[in-house]
Ligand binder design. Structure first.
Ligand SMILES: [Zn+2]
Length: 111
């Protein structure tokens, strides 16, 4: 079952595999390949092709299939860290604003 959604994600595979897909686009792609078995398979094939070529030239290990799974786990971790960082900055911002308002409040009320 191929829909336009799938196609739009597959356009990004090249950039994803080269580590050039970032932020929201990467997050959405990861979410999609977790839910869509066909796209995951397609991504695996592209990964195998790309890595296979590279390793033939440079002589690396050939357990590419489990490397693919590991790569996805790594990306997932990165995405989690990213959102944790965003959360941190958001929280810090709220605290900062709170403190700022507090001081402004004191300034207005007290002095
Ligand atoms: Zn899909």
């Amino acid at each position: 079952m191929e829909n336009t959604d799938c196609r739009s994600y597959r356009k990004n595979y090249g950039r994803f595999l080269n580590g050039k897909l970032e932020g929201k686009e990467r997050r959405l792609l990861m979410k999609h390949v977790e839910e869509c078995a066909e796209c995951r398979e397609e991504l695996r094939i592209q990964y195998l092709l790309q890595e296979g070529m590279f390793r033939l030239e440079h002589g690396g290990t050939f357990d590419i299939n489990s490397d693919f799974e590991r790569m996805l786990v790594d990306v997932q971790k990165e995405i989690k860290q990213e959102s944790r960082r965003t959360m941190f900055f958001r929280t810090a911002m709220i605290v900062f604003l709170g403190v700022a308002y507090y001081f402004i409040g004191i300034g207005i009320v007290g002095y």
